[in-house]
Ligand binder design. Structure first.
Ligand code: ATP
Ligand code: MG
Length: 157
């Protein structure tokens, strides 16, 4: 199973989906979020974080590119690489070092596509002309790994 498509009818559904998805992820997992401005990438991340009960947001020196969230056993790194020109810039802020340290959620990750690990989960969020609150959310197993295949199969119920 390489592709799962889920319809969200409002922002709460997007957050609930993200919260459920978060249950299946662990350290070292990488998620790239793509979609136009206002599609709902950050809303998805908000729902994702709720699953972990993470109140402590730690500002880092590159806080406008990565925010770090921790509790006792999980670190989550939320990147927004929209302002980066290319993957060289990501490399120069030490971005790659985060990949193994926790769960990475990367908004606009396509900008740094050439520096991403071979496998990751790519989520695209598309607006739908028929309804301003409707979104089509597609999960793709890039690299076709067994690890991410299992995760996506759990979502498909
Ligand atoms: N089904 C939906 N899922 C998610 N957000 C929705 C939905 N319907 C409406 N919205 C609204 O769309 C907006 C999504 O904003 P959000 O900041 O999450 O977008 P984004 O993709 O992160 O944009 P940016 O590229 O600017 O960071 C919010 O105002 C939210 O209320
Ligand atoms: Mg955003």
């Amino acid at each position: 199973m390489e592709n799962i498509k889920i319809i969200s009818n409002n922002q709460e559904e997007t957050k609930q989906l993200a919260k459920k998805f978060a249950n299946f992820l662990s350290k070292g997992d990488i998620v790239v979020l793509t979609g136009e401005l206002g599609a709902g990438k950050t809303k998805f991340v908000e729902g994702f974080l709720e699953n972990f009960n993470l109140q402590n947001e730690i500002s880092s020196p590159t806080f406008n590119i990565v925010n770090e969230y921790v509790n006792d056993n999980t670190s989550i790194y939320h990147f927004d690489v929209y302002r980066l020109l290319d993957s060289d810039e990501f490399y120069s802020i030490g971005g790659e070092e985060y990949f193994e340290r926790g769960i990475c959620l990367i908004e606009w990750g396509e900008i740094i596509e050439d520096i991403l690990p071979k496998s990751y989960i790519h989520i695209t969020i598309k607006k739908d002309n028929s309804n301003e609150n409707k979104r089509i959310i597609t999960f793709t197993n890039v690299g076709n790994s067994d690890k991410y295949k299992k995760i996506l199969s759990k979502l498909d119920i």
